[in-house]
Design a protein around this ligand. Structure first.
Ligand SMILES: [Mg+2]
Length: 198
């Protein structure tokens, strides 16, 4: 029998992105609630975050702000959801191996390593050169785990980017809808309240 793996998305699963969006609201000169509501509205309409920011702050160079914010936006200890460390400890006690792999910039890698969560591997889309929901991202997950797909459970907060492509790759999936994408899309697997339920 293969060793079971749980592989975790980052934003909305391990990391509460509230601080990041507060920073963006400040940079764009709009109230946090305005940005949050606009992002949700545009997600439902299938529009990108960049589109939302541009329409809220038409005069701003969004890509320049993003570049300037990359170091600030990397996850810090106080951005972790409080259930992350207890869940990781419980999974490890059950002999489950842990991976972390999300759509993240290169800057997230050292920041996640510094949190010292005890993961067996940490990877980013930027490091792999492919973003979810592309199937190649999930091939990279398979390679990193060196395990068959049925031994791997991917844990994500997005139906479109996490749950559906993980299932399509033959993995199991756990849906933890919290954060910006909560309530977007119909998940074929039941929603969990948090990581304590894993
Ligand atoms: Mg996410």
């Amino acid at each position: 029998m293969s060793t079971p793996w749980f592989v975790f998305d980052v934003g909305g699963v391990l990391v509460d992105e509230t601080r990041v969006w507060q920073g963006w609201a400040e940079a764009l000169g709009v109230p946090y609630d305005t940005l949050w509501d606009a992002l949700k509205e545009d997600i439902r309409a299938g529009l990108s975050h960049r589109h939302t920011m541009q329409r809220l702050a038409p005069g701003h160079d969004i890509m320049a702000i993003r570049k300037a914010r990359l170091a600030h936006d990397a996850p810090l200890e106080h951005d972790l959801y409080p259930d992350v460390r207890p869940a990781f400890a419980a999974l490890k006690a059950r002999g489950i191996r842990i991976g972390i792999a999300g759509n993240q910039p290169l800057e997230a890698q050292p920041a996640l390593e510094a949190l010292d969560l005890g993961a067996d591997f940490i990877a980013t889309s930027a490091g792999w050169g492919v973003q979810k929901p592309h199937p190649r991202f999930f091939e990279e997950v398979l390679r990193a785990c060196d395990a068959p797909p049925h031994a791997i459970t991917y844990v994500g907060d997005r139906v479109d980017n996490d749950i559906l492509p993980a299932l399509a790759a033959g993995m199991r999936a756990h849906y933890v809808p919290r954060g910006l994408w909560a309530g977007m899309g119909q998940s074929p697997v039941p929603a969990l309240e948090g990581l304590a339920e894993l």
